[in-house]
Design a protein around this ligand. Sequence first.
Ligand code: SAM
Length: 285
Amino acid sequence: MQRADWNGQSGERWAANQTRLDQILSAFGEATIDAAAPLRGEIVLDIGCGAGASSFALADRVGPQGHVRGVDISEPLILRARELTPAGAPVAFELADAARTSLAEGAFDLLFSRFGVMFFDDPAGAFAHLRRALTPGGRLAFVCWREAKENDWVRLPMGAIKAIVPPPSPPDPEAPGPFSLGDRERIFRILGAAGFVDIVVTPFDGTIPFGMGETRAAAIENALEMAFEVGPLSRALADQPEAIRTRAADAVRAAFAERPGDRAVMIDGAAWIVTARNPADIPPS
Ligand SMILES: C[S@@+](CC[C@H](N)C(=O)[O-])C[C@H]1O[C@@H](n2cnc3c(N)ncnc32)[C@H](O)[C@@H]1O
């Protein structure tokens, strides 16, 4: 399901909106890279690397003696990442399912992800598989969204269309998807079951430039386009008739107009930054 989605509409739309999405996500990625503290010469796996922005930033940090391997299940995004790779950067991209792909035991100093680890069918199994690819004492660092109700970029547009489109039945909060790791206790459970230690889950709040433009009105239209292209609103409206989509657009435009911003629409985003370690003495599995 995730493979089909990220190779179909979601992957195509992410690739098409990659520059914008990188602007939206960069503060979250930078804070997570700081928490990961990559050292020169380290070997890093970037999980669900998308079009590669975080892989390139990590490659800068590890330098030419280090290496970053980006893995993603989306072909359009891996192709984009390869196109965007700066000449000589110590980074390579692979089309692979991070939960299953063969990874040499102890091959990586750091497992990293910017919003790419919320889509596993069996998260504890996937993280256990990934942990075995870490050196003894090696680090995990990722960022994921907190619950949808804390994230205005989804709460605001979904709230605006409530009276226009019948609300989708509440999703299983643990089903693979952007908010599947929103519950802090679930993160501890999954990573603990996968064998990680020293698990630290820290809230990170960022103000997201959700729309940008030459004028405030252009920024609001830009935010509207984005919400219609990617994320829960786009899915809720996908099969709706044009008249409903038009009414929904008016309501979402009005909601975005209430957010601050000069030539932007600034919206709050709430994430967890998670760090953990592989035990230095790995128990036999
Ligand atoms: C929200 S996007 C984030 C992309 C990128 N990390 C970024 O910050 O721009 C999630 C990414 O995870 C990838 N993904 C989902 N499940 C995956 C899996 N099992 N293995 C590898 N990549 C996966 C998707 O294809 C998608 O590119």
